[in-house]
Design a protein around this ligand. Structure first.
Ligand code: ADP
Ligand code: MG
Length: 255
C-alpha cells in the first residue's frame, strides 16, 4: 500500500449557535495515501466544508491534529504554512466567487504563480499560458474577466491556479455542484487527467454519492460531524453497512 500523505487525527470542532453548540466535527480520524482519491460524502450541513477548511488550516481545530507529510500543520502560520500550500491546494464550489472580479483571468493565475514560485516576468507569462493549456482553455482567455466566461470555465481557471505549484494533494469541495451535468462531466474528466498526469492525491467532497463512484477509490460517509461509514467505493456502494448510506444510495436511484 502507498505511503500516507495526509492524516486527520481526532479532529473536533464546534460552533456556538444562539443557545447551544453545534458539533461540526466529532472526533474525525482518517488518512489519505499517495495517489489515492478519497471521497467525502454527506448531505448539506454535515460538516464537509468545515473539515476541508480545517485540513487547509483556514479554520482552527478545537482539538486534534492534521498531519501532512509527517508534520502536524494544524497550528502553523506564515512562511511554514505557505510551504504547505505549495504542496496542498483547494478548489471551492463557487468558482466565480473565488476569482477577483476586477482581475483578468491571466492576472488571477499570475498572482498565484507569483506567491508560490519565484520566476522571471517572462517565465511567469509562459507558466500562465501552460496552465491555461493544461486545463483546456484558450490562451486568449488571459485577457477576459470572470464575468466574461462560463461557470465551468471559471472552475477550470480555479483548477489551473491550484495546480500552479504542482501540489501533491488537491482538496475539491463540491467543485462540480454548481455546474450543468455535461460541464460537470468535463470538469471531472479534467481532474482524472490531472490525477493520471501528476499522481495527485485527492480529497473529493460532494453530497452526490453517484459522483464518488466515477472518481474515487475510497469513501467516507459523514453525518452530523461523524464518520458513519468508510470503505472502498465498491464496498460502500454495493454492500453499505449503515442505514444512512443506504438512504443516500436510494436517493441516487430515485433521481
Ligand atoms: P457542509 O459543507 O457539509 O454543507 P459545513 O461544514 O459548511 O457543512 O457546516 C457544518 C455545520 O457547521 C453547519 O450546521 C453550519 O451551519 C455550521 N458552521 C459552519 N461554519 C460555521 C461558522 N463559521 N460559524 C458557525 N457555524 C458554522
Ligand atoms: Mg460545504
Amino acid at each position: 500500500m502507498n505511503e500516507i500523505i495526509l492524516q486527520c487525527k481526532n479532529i473536533k470542532k464546534k460552533y456556538k449557535k444562539k443557545n447551544h453548540y453545534h458539533i461540526a466535527a466529532n472526533d474525525i480520524s482518517f488518512e489519505l495515501r499517495k495517489g489515492e482519491c478519497l471521497g467525502i460524502v454527506g448531505e448539506s450541513g454535515c460538516g464537509k466544508s468545515t473539515l476541508a477548511r480545517i485540513i487547509m488550516n483556514l479554520e482552527k481545530v478545537d482539538s486534534g491534529e492534521v498531519i501532512f507529510n509527517g508534520k502536524n500543520i494544524s497550528n502553523i502560520k506564515g512562511k511554514k504554512l505557505n510551504l504547505v500550500y505549495k504542496e496542498m491546494q483547494m478548489v471551492f464550489q463557487d468558482a466565480i466567487g473565488s476569482l477577483n472580479p476586477k482581475m483578468t483571468i491571466g492576472e488571477s493565475i499570475k498572482e498565484y504563480v507569483c506567491s508560490l514560485c519565484s520566476l522571471t516576468k517572462e517565465d511567469k507569462e509562459e507558466k500562465v499560458d501552460k496552465l491555461l493549456e493544461l486545463v483546456g482553455l484558450p490562451i486568449e482567455f488571459k485577457d477576459r474577466y470572470p464575468h466574461e466566461i462560463s461557470g465551468g470555465q471559471c472552475q477550470r481557471v480555479a483548477i489551473a491556479r491550484a495546480l500552479s505549484s504542482h501540489p501533491k494533494v488537491l482538496i475539491c469541495d463540491e467543485v462540480t455542484s454548481a455546474l450543468d451535468a455535461s460541464v460537470q462531466a468535463q470538469v471531472l474528466e479534467l481532474l482524472i487527467k490531472m490525477k493520471e498526469e501528476f499522481n495527485i492525491s485527492y480529497i473529493f467532497i460532494t453530497h452526490d454519492l453517484a459522483l464518488v463512484s466515477s472518481f474515487c477509490d475510497r469513501v467516507i460517509v459523514l453525518k452530523d460531524g461523524n464518520i458513519v461509514e468508510e470503505g472502498s467505493v465498491y464496498n460502500v456502494i454495493n454492500k453499505p453497512k449503515c442505514e444512512y448510506t443506504k438512504l443516500l444510495l436510494k436517493s441516487i436511484l430515485l433521481k
